[in-house]
Design a protein around this ligand. Structure first.
Ligand code: BGC
Length: 909
């Protein structure tokens, strides 16, 4: 077992640090295989519910998935074996499930064995037969573990400290207990309305931040599971817990009125500590009124603004067993926030990167401004010494005023404070006075590059006093881009930074001004996210949030989650809330997993039916249109109707996939009707122009399949001419920015797309980067007076385009999850070399090229059990110098799994 466990965790680490160089990977591969019997020289990555060995899952039929690097081209058969006893499984027993040898290339399978019980660890492994005809390769043994499974398995009660929702100071809780028997394993299951930080015997449990993730609290609450076996001891033990407000008890006031949320109340929680003893007996310590509570140093906390901490109020050792809590009060039972408590099955938020300040600018003896050198989402921590009662204010912002102090004017515009006691993005730390003190907020995050530290009396500070912590959902990195153009590389990095800064258990628009789950921003960025990060679990959770928010008539709000009041009557047309169709569809394309489509199918249907009802002509102008344009404004009706068409199309495709042929035909007909209505009103067939021929007007129909086949070339030529006439400068808002690079490169104008993508003068991505951007902005104009957050992802499609355009790596809707890769690289003028890699469900796909004198060296890697259809730009000769020469099939070449090098020369040369 030991070896298997070791190998498995090795695989996981390898998978996580995906950027790792190939030779190191190979080294580990050999190392790993040397610990296994001779025939098992394969490297497996195993996942359950899209996570490496999750604990505390609720799925009745969890998805088991494997990826294997092994000899051969494809998987011919598999066998999955599941048993609660790992030793028996190692010997070949599979008493919970044994699929037998199944002839299939499938690598994602729902568990269908004996009914799963709660609180149980299930070990599993898979055997894979390949086309080499040899005996199967066997994966290491891994596991998944079930959690509560059903609501009735919870014990105890929700508790709070009994204060009302206006009370500012955060509650602390503790429970001490004695255990004499030997402990075999222990788990904490904890649901909270608000946020929590848990500790056992004085030590923080796990390394998550801001648990649990934000949901529509009155509909669904998430619980988190921790393995605390190592933290418990025989003898005296104590559980400590601090509750924060999060989105549940929003005390700050801003335009979205979260302080009016119907669900608002004093934070509460429900905890079950389930201990399994060596003698097999089980005991559960659950929340009840025997738990003790008091308040502590966190005098205010707001997810939106900041945290205030008075270190003089700390009670040393409050969460340790020896602490005397007789002066603490008893906890009060509280109402469950909703009737649904489900497992939080996703990559958690963490402090992912520590960022030292690059400079400290002393403004005077009580003010210093720290610069992190890059814009992030997260918090800063400070170490400082000073007299007791010294007030340290830490103001976080993205920009500086001419006098060097922090400027909040680009991000505090929607804040509506009721007084001066809740300053925006400003933590307040009061020193205890006994030596060096440390502060890092627990229940808040911000968007910032600069921190202005102001002290009520002079304190000694150095550059090292302050550290930035980049926080976000800690999704594994699975894609990489590298090119010969440093600006392009920086754009890609800035795109990733903006993407991650806006991923906190749901996708957000910006980490400072709003932190709202703006739907439009998210569907625009979904491909960018999925090429570079394994964010499946975040989106799957967010789609459940969608289902919680949908009104019976099908309407969805423009921000998700919301509280029931805001977002249902503004900004929620199809150009934004098409998330309901576009997100599950992309999860299907990138992962080959139809579950998100299945789950949201009824909701997509209701949404499309609603638009149909209010827009019988097939055209709708419900929406916001091409938001934050450079200058020209495209008709809203055109762009909204295009998204309506996209939804109807995805719905019809999903119906087909799910075997609902009536719906398939019905929505296909609807999609045709919408397309015709758009073309009748907007397309000048003689000229091949939509509307007045603006960049967005031409790009969006090309990109989303509106243009009749016969006119595609003409419309594309017009788009190219439009861009040329505009001086190769962008003239688009966010919907146009999503479409234009793809519309050009997919229709013969890859060089034009590249010119836009690599441009370094206004308006362009490169212009931001040249001006110091390390994240993407909300406005092309860096001096704009409004809509100028410096950390938005809504112009972020360029990240995905780098993979699709110059990289040419695209999922094939007919064989999703990169089972077949559509490989269509563009060797654009101006780039000498380009490398794109993406680790899909079958493994790493590489497409990289380098120009040499009069040839292009093109390297490709296609992982085991997948294939590729390679299509080269017209007019190229291809010579295979590594790998088996692929056979042409019309205009494409069929590639099986393997590593290839091609020498490409132009036919004319
Ligand atoms: C947000 C955007 C969002 C937009 C919609 C803004 O305030 O920051 O990113 O999509 O509103 O109107």
């Amino acid at each position: 077992m030991q070896d298997h466990e070791h190998l498995h965790s090795l695989n996981l680490r390898l998978n996580k640090n995906y950027g790792m160089k190939k030779n190191i990977l190979l080294f580990f591969l050999l190392l790993a295989s040397s610990t296994l019997p001779a025939q098992q020289t394969s490297l497996f990555t195993l996942r359950c519910e899209h996570l490496p060995h999750p604990i505390g899952i609720d799925a009745a039929q969890p998805r088991l998935q494997w990826e294997v690097k092994t000899a051969g081209k494809e998987q011919s058969h598999y066998r999955i074996m599941v048993d609660t006893d790992s030793a028996k499984l190692a010997k070949g027993s599979a008493s919970n499930w044994n699929t037998g040898k199944i002839a299939s290339a499938q690598t994602l399978v729902n568990y269908q064995g004996k009914k799963l019980g709660p609180f149980t660890r299930y070990y599993w492994k898979v055997e894979v037969w390949t086309d080499t005809g040899k005996s199967p390769v066997s994966s290491p043994i891994t596991y998944f573990e079930t959690g509560m499974m059903e609501g009735k398995n919870w014990q105890g009660a929700w508790i709070s400290d009994g204060q009302d929702m206006h009370f500012k100071t955060a509650p602390y809780f503790r429970k001490s207990f004695q255990r004499s028997k030997k402990i075999r394993s222990a788990r904490v299951y904890i649901a909270a309305a608000g946020l929590f930080e848990l500790s056992l015997n004085g030590e923080k449990t796990g390394n998550h931040r801001l648990d649990p993730m934000y949901t529509r609290f009155d509909k669904r609450n998430l619980y988190v599971t921790f393995d605390v076996t190592q933290q418990l001891k025989q003898g005296n033990n104590s559980i400590g817990l601090i509750l924060g407000n999060g989105w549940y008890n929003h005390q700050s006031t801003a335009v979205w009125n979260f302080h009016k949320a119907g669900w608002r109340a004093r934070p509460s929680f429900l905890l079950n500590l389930r201990i399994q003893y060596a003698d097999c007996s089980v005991e559960t310590i659950a929340t009840d009124t025997s738990w003790k509570t008091t308040t502590g140093p966190i005098t205010f906390n707001s997810i939106y603004t900041a945290e205030h901490y008075d270190a003089r109020l700390e009670q040393k050792g409050w969460n340790t067993p020896s602490f005397n809590d007789t002066h603490w009060r008893n906890a009060i039972p509280s109402k469950a926030p909703s009737t649904q408590i489900t497992a939080q099955t996703l990559h958690p938020i963490r402090d992912v990167e520590e960022i030292p300040a690059i400079s400290m600018n002393r403004i005077n003896d009580s003010i210093a401004v720290f610069n992190l050198g890059r814009n992030i989402s997260g918090v800063s921590s400070i170490r400082v010494k000073g007299p007791a009662g010294t007030i340290i204010r830490m103001k976080h912002g993205e920009r500086l005023l001419p006098n060097g102090r922090v400027d909040l004017s680009n991000i505090d515009v929607h804040y509506r404070p009721k007084g001066n006691d809740d300053p925006f993005q400003t933590d307040i730390f009061i020193l205890p006075g006994n030596g060096e003190a440390y502060f890092k907020p627990r229940f808040n995050y911000k968007g910032f590059q600069y921190v202005e530290v102001q002290s009520s009396q002079p304190v000694t500070l150095s550059k090292e006093s302050l550290t930035g912590h980049f926080m976000h959902s800690d999704v594994p990195s699975i894609g990489h881009i590298r090119s010969s153009n440093p600006t392009l590389n920086k754009i890609w990095e800035a795109t990733n930074n903006a993407y991650l800064s806006n991923l906190f258990g749901y996708p957000t628009d910006c980490p400072q001004r709003e932190k709202n789950g703006w739907t439009g921003d998210a569907h625009i960025a979904v491909e960018t996210g999925l090429y570079s990060y394994d964010a499946f679990t975040i989106y799957e959770k967010w789609m459940a949030d969608h289902r919680d928010e949908q009104q019976p008539n099908g309407v969805l709000p423009s921000i998700i989650p919301t509280w029931g009041g805001w977002g249902y009557d503004w900004g929620n047309g199809p150009d934004w809330t098409s998330t309901i169709a576009i997100i599950p569809w992309n999860l299907y394309l990138f992962y080959g997993d139809a579950q998100p489509l299945r789950d949201s199918y009824p909701n997509m249907k209701k949404y499309v039916d609603y638009i149909n009802e209010i827009s019988p002509s097939g055209l709708t102008d419900w929406g916001l249109g091409d938001w934050v344009p450079v200058k020209s404004v495209s008709p809203k009706e055109l762009t909204s109707s295009i998204y309506y068409f996209v939804d109807a199309t995805i719905l019809s495709e999903t119906a087909k996939l799910l075997g609902n042929l009536n719906d398939h035909t019905k929505y296909e007909t609807l999609a045709q009707k919408i397309r015709n209505a758009i073309n009748t009103k907007y397309l000048d067939t003689a000229k091949g122009i939509y509307g007045s021929g603006l960049q967005t007007e031409l790009s969006a129909p090309l990109c989303w399949g509106i243009v009749p086949d016969a006119l595609r070339a003409k419309v594309a030529a017009n788009l190219h001419q439009r861009v040329a006439a505009d001086g190769y400068a962008l003239d688009v808002g966010i919907l146009g920015a999503k479409a234009i690079l793809n519309a050009l490169s997919e229709n013969g104008y890859a060089n034009t797309a590249y010119q836009l993508a690599a441009r370094e003068t206004y308006p362009s991505w490169g212009w931001w980067v040249k001006n110091g951007a390390t994240t993407l902005y909300e406005n092309w104009d860096i001096n704009a007076k409004s809509d100028i957050s410096l950390n938005h992802i809504m112009f972020g499609e360029i990240g995905a385009w780098l993979y699709k355009g110059p990289g040419g790596i695209k999922p094939d809707p007919a064989q999703p999850g990169f089972k077949n890769v559509l490989l269509q690289p563009h060797f654009v003028d101006g780039l000498e070399s380009f490398e794109a890699s993406h680790c899909g469900p079958y493994g790493e796909i590489v497409s990289s090229w380098k120009k040499e004198k009069n040839k292009i060296i093109y390297n490709v890697e296609i992982p085991f059990n997948s294939t590729a259809a390679l299509r080269l730009p017209a007019g190229m000769n291809m010579k295979t110098t590594k790998g088996a020469a692929p056979q042409p099939n019309g205009t494409t070449f069929h590639l099986s799994a393997g590593t290839y090098t091609f020498e490409l020369t132009s036919v004319s040369k």
